[in-house]
Structure formats: C-alpha cells, structure tokens
Design a protein around this ligand. Structure first.
Ligand SMILES: [Zn+2]
Length: 258
C-alpha cells in the first residue's frame, strides 16, 4: 500500500510548499481521504482512477477540492464519484456546498452514463470497504463531528488521526490493532498558541507528546500532519525538540510505500 499527501500551496518560486493549506491523501492512486486539493493536485492517473473519496469531516480545508473535482470530470464519469462520510458530514456538504447557491447539487445530476455523485454513509466503529481497502472510522475530538481511520489492505495497516485534540478512544483502538506501518497525527499550532489550539480542538507539540504516551506501538513510524501553514517553522522546531523516536514531519507530495 502506498499513500501520498497532495500538495496544495505554492512557494514564491511557484513550487509546492511544505506549508500546506489543504488536506488530501491519496492511497494507491485510487482512493482519496479528504479532498482539500483533490481537483488541483491530482495526477492524470489519479484523476482517471479516483472515484471514491472518504471524508474525515466537513471543514473547508478538507473538502475544498471536491466540488471542482466532480465538475472537472462531469462529462467523462462512467461511475459516480462516491463520497463516504458520517451522516453529520454529508448533511453539511449537501446543505452548505452542493446546494445550487455555492455549487450545483451534483447528486441530482446525471451525465450521459451515470449519476455523478453518490453518498455512502458510514458509522463510527463500523468497518467499511472502499475498493481493496478496509476503513475503521473512530470518532476523534475536534470542534465538529470528525473521525480518524485505521486503514488496511491485505498486507499493511496504517492510521490517520484527522483533525483532533486529546483522544482516548482512538488510542484504545490503535493499541489493540495488529502492527501498524505508520501513524499520521495532527499538530496544528505551536505551543505558544495553546489557548487557540484548545478552543479550536487541535494539538500543539507539548500536547502531542502527551498523546503519544498513550500509544503502545512504540516502534511505529509516526508522521506529523496538518500543521497550520503560518506556524510551520515553529511547529517543526518544537516537534523536533521533543526528540521522540520514529517521529518526523510528513513530506508533502512524497509517495510513502508501506
Ligand atoms: Zn478541522
């Protein structure tokens, strides 16, 4: 299994920046987790293959590319884009995005082959299949209903926290999983913005350290994601100063083979 965090933001030379605004992971070039930069940064192969998009939550930085992705592919689709989310998340994107005012209600539209958007609702703690992947959704602790996932194919398993602050259930699930090949966990704000992190339900490096003490798979590679772009350098410096074994910052655009 391989995964990649798609780029979303440019540096002053027009190249992909490590300072990410949007969140979109692609697994095996065919399944997306979140859709922040789905339309803007997918390769032509990914555009051809991705028809399944699994959402952690409905915040803009995680869904911004979804309407444009469907729009781009509208005439070509031979099967619908299937959007997986909890009922709370699907309610929000139907009400606030695909509402004819912000963008067309694609679930009501067809091209010459197919309906173009279908929803697949999932419930927390109930596994579901997407292509060759098994997803286990676990509620995490964010400002709005949000899930993290344990994702497996026949060989490997990895976990993704989604946007979150302190969690218990997530760790309880991970700690009884078979060996994980990677854990992706958020750390949005630097320690000096801990109040802002608290009210917006995000982690800081100090609180990330406390969270990782709850994780018993001590050899698992851990990658930090979801760093707010304006605080990237501070967060990276503070995360490195934690000197936690196997902990590094996830590289934007790099393909990670598990
Ligand atoms: Zn969020």
């Amino acid at each position: 299994m391989k995964f990649q965090l798609l780029p979303s933001t440019f540096d002053e030379n027009g190249c992909a920046s490590a300072r990410q605004h949007l969140s979109c992971f692609v697994i095996d070039d065919c399944v997306a987790i979140d859709a922040g930069s789905l339309a803007m940064a997918t390769s032509s192969t990914q555009k051809k293959q991705i028809r399944d998009v699994v959402l952690t939550h409905a915040h803009l930085d995680h869904i911004a590319g979804l309407p444009l992705f469907i729009d781009d592919l509208f005439a070509k689709l031979e099967v619908p884009i299937r959007v997986f989310g909890t009922k709370e998340v699907i309610k929000v994107i139907e009400r606030d995005i695909f509402n004819w005012d912000v963008y067309p209600s694609f679930s009501e539209l067809k091209n010459e082959h197919t309906t173009v958007l279908e929803y697949r609702t999932f419930e927390t703690n109930r596994e579901f299949l997407v292509k060759h992947l098994r997803f286990k959704p676990i509620a995490v602790n964010h400002k709005v209903p949000t899930v993290g996932f344990v994702i497996s194919d026949n060989n490997k398993t990895f976990a993704l926290s989604g946007d979150t602050s302190e969690m218990d259930e997530f760790w309880e699930v991970l700690n009884v999983e078979k060996k994980l090949s990677a854990l992706l966990i958020e750390c949005a704000f630097p320690d000096e913005l801990k109040e802002l992190a608290l009210v917006s339900h995000h982690l800081t490096p100090n609180r990330l350290k406390k969270e990782l003490e709850k994780f018993t798979q001590k050899d698992c590679p851990i990658y930090v994601i979801n760093i707010k772009p304006m605080y990237f350098d501070e967060v990276v410096r503070q995360v490195k100063a934690l000197k936690i074994k196997n902990l590094e910052i996830l590289k934007v655009g790099r393909v990670y083979n598990l």
